[in-house]
Design a protein around this ligand. Structure first.
Ligand SMILES: *[C@@H]1O[C@H](CO)[C@@H](O)[C@H](O)[C@H]1NC(C)=O
Ligand SMILES: *[C@@H]1O[C@H](CO)[C@@H](O)[C@H](O)[C@H]1NC(C)=O
Ligand SMILES: *[C@@H]1O[C@H](CO)[C@@H](O)[C@H](O)[C@H]1NC(C)=O
Ligand SMILES: *[C@@H]1O[C@H](CO)[C@@H](O)[C@H](O)[C@H]1NC(C)=O
Ligand SMILES: *[C@@H]1O[C@H](CO)[C@@H](O)[C@H](O)[C@H]1NC(C)=O
Length: 944
């Protein structure tokens, strides 16, 4: 029976929502967007029936390839928009962006697909369609000549809307046409910000011309009303008169649709109008929910005494309460307010009430499924920023659709944060190694939530925009490996200064940074490298010996003939070429600062890091964000000029990871300053006292590391320079620690070269040093040796072990060396070890360290080890402690002396631990009282 096929007919229509027919003019001012996908060239194609122009799609998408349907599917009736397609063989998601739209307005959106074997594969694909970040529908193109359409009524969340095709592995997504029509906000009240309507069917019953499709301009919203008449079961009712909509009509069905209707064939009041649709679960919408809208209007004046009244039933149950009577030439709708769901099939039937003299009638019907549109797109500002960046740099990635949403399709290189009720934010952008060129887009400065921005290893040029400092959340900015120029802007410097930003900028050869600012162009590198030391040499009036290089200078060098001075605009008169000798690679580090620059660097000498005889040390930041310490010679300082020169000289020439490095200097009028690398953890003294900037207590392992580092620094001074360099002021306040607690020897102001070849010992006239650290032998002879530094180092090592100062007041001033020896005589190492370590150390390791310290502080310098020995011994201490920490296997083992020096144990060496009386002459301190003989140094190491 024909009526039973009604459902089947319905389904067919669902798949074949097509377009064609009706003529009319089309204003362009309706807010319509019509896109003929894949259309080449700039010209629009005008639709024969609607007369609407369809634009080429180049302005709406930057992905995919265009193609033409195969000639065999081109027919006279086929709309022009179906002739070309755009296909997306690459990428999981490909999108069209429609704009500009008004955020919050309701729109009708329609995508159309006709395969037409455009790719010659003869395999129509299936894929998913998304409206923005929300699943819209699955598109399954059934045959090459089928015109498939998907339509949705949605509220547009932003000023643009994306329509995305998502490859589901069932062929290459393609699209023929895309249409957007603005709707009045009042229509389709079921569609709102959180739910959209996807059209399943929109039917105009019994159009006058059986194949007529009603759309624009008959329907000002350009809805596509498909014709349906089954003449075997239905009769047609129609009128030429206009059917009106009531004021504030919620659906605004066009009169043309309402002017025709069906009624059961033969006019038998006992017959019903029946149709149905099947539930269509999809993987992405397994429990579909439906909205039904029925349109009614009485089209003929009813004869007197007759009445038309009918029930509306769904699946046998009364849907509309009571009988319904349509109005004459006025549209009424019966519609779902909330969706219906849970049935496999929905059977609609209309049957006349008992009072009715006429059978039921119906003019049109719409069925929608409901889609949630609750997924939020990425924050609109973030989207515009990343979109601008994508455009500017023509980023070739999967950068299509929403940047963050859905999570599974988020853009490569982006990190997003997701919250329940607020839009995702872009928190990380990594576009490294992506061939970006041009300058750094100002759009980067609009990512208000970005924490991590990695633009490294591209070909970015120009300067770094200061606007990046306005990013409140930015913590890492990586610009490594580009072609950036200029200097680090002040705003960023400030961020680095307050510790809120980690800027990486290495490998930008033209960037003006602390070490490599090359302000003069066109010079050979050699000239620049040498010119800087020349300037230094002249400014500070280099007359002292060139330390490590002294001998080589004497031997002369062909390189002395290099005369770069003319290329230094502000260079002083040409220096004696004798002093121009330099190892260019080492000179790179040193930069000359003006006093004004120092003011800027230190923010007007705002923060004092420390102070000494020379002057104060200030915190500062270079243009590139490098934190530095600026030691400014105080005006009132009588001493200092010489120390300044000495230190500048040494640091210009020696470089070691355990010696604090000099970045530059200043000699500007009466101002003198040295600029060093910044050591964030301050002095070792502060750390030992627990008053370091972190306030932490150093572990034994850390103490050993620091000792080892310092020993290496000193060893370098002693060994790597010939003649050796003597620091002469090794002490806990001259050992600085960086953030990693790596120790570096600082303050070379008192350092002297020890020239064995010559008898003019530069230091014989003046005794220098700090009470508590001074080698008694040096004090007696006034002849400093490397062993004087070894002595001082021994004192530092004891400070590390005991946590006490070089001179204790217990109750009278006592040298730490003496104090330790006396206490060890009681036999227990715990009597001397810093209680703050709470026994968390390997006893053997501590014993060995104390042993080293006491050897270092032996009265006779010949009995002291060299710094080389000390480094080796400390290394063994470290290994012992390491073993203690990693697995208890070595916990109970005993220290039995080192392999390199089998006699380096206590039992064999007690004599050298005995101290002699030495009175300090120039200072009031007693360096080494003899507190009685220390016969045996306790029991040696113990297992705990
Ligand atoms: C499609 O057909 C048009 C018109 O004939 C032509 O200009 C265009 O190049 C064709 N496109 C492709 C991809 O073949
Ligand atoms: C949209 O309509 C649904 C169903 O009536 C309702 O539950 C939801 O709260 C509405 N959303 C908004 C934003 O009004
Ligand atoms: C109309 O149809 C419903 C549902 O099939 C049925 O319950 C009702 O009795 C019918 N009414 C008449 C008057 O036939
Ligand atoms: C049928 O007609 C009678 C008499 O006119 C009326 O009382 C009754 O309410 C009507 N029934 C319906 C369903 O309208
Ligand atoms: C980087 O940019 C410069 C200047 O535009 C150009 O000369 C160079 O070829 C580019 N290098 C790469 C690897 O793209």
């Amino acid at each position: 029976m024909a009526r039973t096929t009604a459902g089947t007919q319905w389904l067919l229509l669902v798949v074949c929502l097509a377009a064609a027919a009706t003529a009319g003019a089309q204003p362009d001012s309706m807010g319509f967007i019509s896109i003929d996908c894949g259309l080449p060239g700039p010209a629009s194609s005008v639709d024969d029936t609607t007369k609407l122009p369809y634009s080429p799609d180049a302005a709406f998408t930057d992905a995919g390839a265009s193609g033409n349907i195969s000639a065999q599917y081109v027919t006279q009736q086929l709309g022009k928009r179906f002739l070309s397609v755009r296909s997306f063989p690459d990428g999981a998601r490909s999108c069209y962006t429609l704009r500009p739209l008004v955020a919050g307005l309701k729109h009708l959106l329609r995508a159309e697909f006709m395969y037409g074997n455009y790719d010659g594969l003869g395999r129509p694909p299936a894929f998913d369609l998304y409206v923005g970040v929300n699943f819209w529908t699955a598109v399954n193109v059934s045959s090459p000549d089928a015109e498939t359409a998907a339509e949705a009524v949605v509220v547009v969340p932003g000023d643009s809307l994306q329509v995305c095709l998502v490859n589901t592995g069932s062929g290459t997504p393609f699209i023929s046409a895309l249409e957007l029509r603005p709707l009045k906000s009042s229509v389709y009240p079921q569609a709102n910000a959180t739910q959209g309507l996807v059209a399943l069917a929109r039917v105009n019953f019994a159009p006058t011309v059986a194949t007529d499709v009603v759309r624009y301009p008959d329907d000002p919203y350009d809805r596509v009303w498909l014709p349906w008449l089954d003449a075997t079961v239905w009769d047609t009712v129609s009128t030429a008169k206009r059917v009106l909509n009531v004021e504030a009509d919620l659906f605004e069905a066009p009169s043309k649709v309402m002017q025709t209707a069906i009624t059961p064939r033969g006019g038998n009041t006992s017959d019903r109008i029946k149709f149905s649709w099947s539930s269509w679960p999809q993987p992405r919408d397994p429990a579909p929910r439906y909205i039904l809208v029925l349109y009614f209007s009485e089209l003929q004046p009813l004869p007197g005494g007759s009445a038309r009244q009918f029930y509306i039933n769904i699946n046998g149950e009364l849907w509309y309460p009571g009988g319904f009577t349509p109005s004459y030439l006025v549209t009424s709708q019966i519609y779902s307010i909330s969706p219906m769901w849970g049935s496999d099939q929905y059977n609609v039937s209309l049957n006349a009430t008992a009072n009715s003299t006429l059978p039921p009638i119906i003019n049109a019907v719409e069925v929608f499924s409901v889609i949630p549109t609750t997924n939020l797109g990425t924050d609109a500002k973030d989207v515009s920023a990343i979109t601008a960046i994508k455009m500017k740099y023509r980023v070739q990635k999967n950068w299509m659709g929403d940047p963050c949403s859905p999570k599974t399709l988020a853009w490569d290189g982006l990190t997003c944060s997701y919250a329940i009720s607020s839009p995702p934010r872009i928190t990380g952008v990594n576009i490294s190694f992506s061939g970006l060129d041009g300058d750094i887009s100002s759009s980067f400065a609009t990512f208000k939530a970005v924490q991590y921005l990695d633009l490294s290893h591209n070909n970015l040029t120009g300067s770094i925009p200061d606007a990046l400092s306005q990013l409140p959340s930015l913590t890492v900015l990586d610009l490594t490996g580009n072609q950036l120029s200029g200097s680090i802007p002040p705003g960023l410097l400030k961020r680095i200064q307050d510790g809120s930003l980690n800027l990486r900028y290495g490998n930008n050869p033209n960037l003006c940074t602390a070490n490599t600012c090359q302000t003069t162009k066109g010079k050979s590198k050699l000239a620049v490298y040498i010119a800087i030391p020349v300037a230094l040499a002249v400014v500070i009036g280099l007359v002292v010996a060139l330390f490590c290089l002294l001998r080589r200078k004497k031997q002369g060098s062909a390189r002395n003939t290099v005369k770069p001075q003319n290329e230094m605009p502000d260079a002083p008169p040409q220096p004696d070429s004798e002093y121009m000798y330099s190892q260019s690679s080492l000179q790179l580090e040193n930069r000359r600062f003006t006093y004004k620059e120092l003011e800027m660097i230190t923010n007007n000498f705002q923060r004092v890091l420390g102070r000494g005889g020379f002057g104060k040390v200030y915190d500062g930041f270079l243009e590139d964000g490098t934190q530095v310490a600026v030691k400014l010679r105080s005006q009132s300082s009588t001493q200092g000029v010489k120390e300044f020169l000495s230190e500048a000289q040494i640091l210009t020439r020696i470089h070691h990871k355990n010696l604090v490095s000099m970045i530059g200097y200043c000699k500007d009028g009466q101002y003198m300053a040295l600029v060093y690398e910044y050591m964030s953890e301050g002095t070792l003294r502060e750390q030992i006292a627990g008053s370091g900037r972190s306030g932490r207590c150093l572990t034994w392992m850390q103490r050993l590391q620091i000792a080892h580092d310092s020993a290496q620094g000193l060893n370098y001074l002693h060994k790597s320079c010939n003649p050796p360099l003597i620091h002469r002021d090794v002490k806990a306040t001259n050992i600085l620690l960086n953030a990693k607690l790596e120790a570096k020897i600082a303050d070379f102001g008192l350092s002297k070269v020890f020239n064995r070849d010559s008898d003019d010992h530069v230091s014989t006239n003046t005794f220098v040093g700090t009470p508590g650290y001074v080698d008694p032998e040096y004090q007696a002879t006034m002849q400093p040796t490397t062993k004087s530094d070894v002595y001082s180092f021994g004192v530092v090592l004891l400070e590390l072990v005991t946590g006490r100062q070089a001179i204790l007041s217990v109750p009278e001033p006592t040298s730490i060396v003496h104090w330790v020896r006396r206490r060890l005589a009681w036999g227990n190492i715990d009597n001397v070890v810093d209680t703050q370590m709470r026994g968390k150390y390997d006893v053997n390791s501590v014993w060995k360290a104390v042993d080293i310290a006491l050897k270092c502080t032996a009265h006779a310098s010949v009995q002291r080890p060299t710094m080389t020995d000390v480094v080796v011994q400390l290394q063994e201490c470290l290994e012992l402690e390491e073993g203690h920490r990693h697995g208890g296997g070595t916990r109970g083992s005993f220290y039995t002396g080192s392999s390199s020096d089998p006699n380096f144990g206590y039992d064999n060496n007690t004599t050298e631990c005995q101290s002699n009386d030495v009175s300090q002459t120039s200072t009031a301190f007693e360096m080494e009282h003899n507190f009685g003989k220390v016969s045996r140094m306790g029991r040696g190491p113990v297992a705990r």
